[in-house]
Ligand binder design. Sequence first.
Ligand SMILES: Cc1ncc(C[n+]2csc(CCOP(=O)(O)OP(=O)(O)O)c2C)c(N)n1
Length: 550
Amino acid sequence: MRNGGKILIDGLAGQGCRMLFTVPGESFLPALDALFDEGPIRTIVCRHEGAAAMMAEAAGKLRGAPGVAFVTRAPGATNAASGVYVAHHDATPMLLLVGLPARAREGRKAFQEIDLEAVFGSIAKRVEVVRESARIPEAVAHAYQAARSGRPGPVVLGFPEDVLHETAGVADAAPVERASPAPSASDMRRLKEMLLGARRPLVLIGGGDWSTVAAKQLASFAGKFDIPVAATFRRQDHFDNRHPCYVGHADIDIEPELGAAIAGADVLIVIGETPGEVPTAAQTLIITPEPSQVLVHAHPSAGELGRLYRTDLGIVTGAGAFCRALARMRAPVKRPWRKLRRELRAAYERSLKPLATPGSVQLAEVMATLSRELPEDAIVTNGAGNYAGFLNRYFQYKGWPTQLAPASGSMGYGLPAAIAAKLIHPGRAVVALAGDGCALTTGQELATAVQYGVHIVLIVVNNGMYGTIRMHQERLYPGRVVGTTLVNPDFAVLARSFGAAGVTIGETREFLPALRRALTASVPTVIELKIDPEAICARQTLSEIAKSRS
Ligand SMILES: Cc1ncc(C[n+]2csc(CCOP(=O)(O)OP(=O)(O)O)c2C)c(N)n1
């Protein structure tokens, strides 16, 4: 006989959970107590549930298996929603566990009661309240299955407090295997025929279902076929950016040559993602519902095929199986798209050359330095803000998984993601980037980094504003600055107050020595870069943006 808390923790361990991110609540004390005896699961106590959920999401992105967060009732669950949304948007396997009021109090205005289905129904793959301790093993097993199958995503499980106290004699469920579909021989034959007739084909990769092996096999296919490969928004680490077939990524500020190549492709092979607004420039590069390209869409979920775009060849397949089949294809002798691949690659390489911006800290050069200096397997994270545009433009991701970035555009993601990454890969360098806005969205988690000896580097790009919004403001309402100015804190001093190291950089040349020190420091380090607000993006200053409107 075990109580529900113990059944739950044993169930998680049995499914492969090794780390659990939490802000504790009195609603799930039996589960917390089950973590007391050191089992396989490490408990990481965080300071805000949004950050705990982002850590779980980042763990899911890194491992391809659900990251787990445990939070309490309505206040904890609603705080955690920001991380659950990232998992939903970015197709990341994740589990959110929520302690709830006791069954007898349900629907009677119980303290901190929440209707999980109503709150998470639109952003979770599955929401279930487990009302019997004997049924916890099956609920956990099903949650693991659901989070990873098809298009991966978050699952929310609620546990009324008394269910966690209730004892039951029930066995653990067997670990669930991930169901992963594969392409048929006829799918691959049809794809080959399409490619034989193509002149301007392009491969677009993205989505949450990826692996090192898939990346290698796609590289082998791309090399043989000499075909251009682009990544969708913030999925740049799906393909080694140094590979001659890599031609850039489809982000908000897409390179014109790449945009034209996607729009003008005759055969477009989209792998792992249904490209939304950002990678399609609001569905102008791939027109919905009738794309101009012959569209091959390979996705693990049948429900995604034809959902936004008419699909000429829909293939229900995991990325791994699809890339394996691609790698086995024999390349045609004639590859008329070779010149296109070379031109796109040349345009991508030109875009890497740092452009000068106003001010004494050149962000473009900082990112290029970071790209050169960090080991190949370093993990780089970011949140939302214009600073991330510099990172995504100038940094070359050299393998998977090295990029933890919210395609959902959620501020505050970088620091929690970095903490999760360093906990999972203590031997790797982990660098988080944040703006001065982004940094304080989840900045309290520096406490978590120090508490667990997680020696990440946090680079804060301080331009004294919510720069992205200010940029849009100048575009539409030049000179009318409201709600976008930031004046504090002193990030280096703040870092020290947590027990981290802190340094402020006012010149580009100070960055490299500071980075080197930070990478070998025995505490987490915050490097604050003082950026001229004029340096709002790679290609235009803030004043130029304001002038272009007036
Ligand atoms: C959680 C969340 N809140 C608000 C926004 C809207 N938003 C996008 S970027 C941004 C400004 C980010 O400022 P900062 O981190 O300082 O970066 P900067 O743009 O100045 O480089 C805001 C407020 C968002 N994307 N996510």
